[in-house]
Design a protein around this ligand. Sequence first.
Ligand code: AMP
Ligand code: ZN
Length: 301
Amino acid sequence: MNYVVNEQLETVSHTLFRSLGSGGVYARTALFEQVVEGLSSLISRYREPGTEVLRFPPVINRAQVEKSGYLHSFPHLLGCVSCLQGSESDIRAALEGHNVDQEWVTALSATDLVLAPAACYPLYPLVASRGQIPRGGAKFDVACDCFRHENSHEIGRFQSFRMREYVCIGAPDEVLKFRSEWLGRVDELANVLGIPYRTAAASDPFFGRAGKMMAVSQVEQELKFELLIPLRSQESPTACMSFNYHRDHFGIIWQLRTEAGEVAHTACVAFGIDRLALALFTLHGVDFERWPRHVRDAIAV
Ligand code: AMP
Ligand code: ZN
């Protein structure tokens, strides 16, 4: 496939990533990781007191993801962990055919795990199992490696990428306040990082025709905003962060309740760590020593 790729972006990508044989899956160089670490600690400095930190593995219980509605909304993006299951002789049979490369694949069957498509999904059932949400709401700092079966592998659209999120669970006003405070921090964050940006109401890539209507309604209700950075072009900037208000979606599914006994609402602020780092290199260049002094200072670990 051909993409109109900004030359700078291509040079940056060649310097920072090493191909691993599959589109959108890369080894990252020390230079890139240095900036990822710096960004991660900068984000940690924005962590509000009382926020609980949890780091999730790259796999999630399949039933939880099905129940959360992800399968219905984004079946095209979800990856499932499949294994050779059964007795030793069943497994041996799958490996002894004439055409092992294909036969072992047809013999695979789904396990109870899927690859995490976002960092906040495991949080809601976990918090629900603890009982009611205290007054003032509960805040979390979560992260994991994510997988999405993207249909294009243009630079910056990875199949495997890292996501960090701040999440708030509580009464509607508490959750909306959390999201608007984060939207209010964007300008400062962008200045610290020396990046041009804009924010805009956005929609998730819902599946199918019904999904198109869901996307329109999501934009109308301003349930999702994105931080957009002009990596490829001004006209089609890249989403590097999202600010999501789920209303009572997860609260109803997982029976999350506030102290007053109402259904809890949820919101999350997601940082696309790899995209943010890629944005910094694209805008400031691959020679870290020549980045603006204040940006280097901000992401010094
Ligand atoms: P979303 O849940 O789609 O709002 O994703 C949160 C953030 O993760 C986005 O704003 C992006 O920065 C990042 N992200 C989403 N999909 C990808 C991808 N395929 N490759 C790299 N980063 C991504
Ligand atoms: Zn989230």
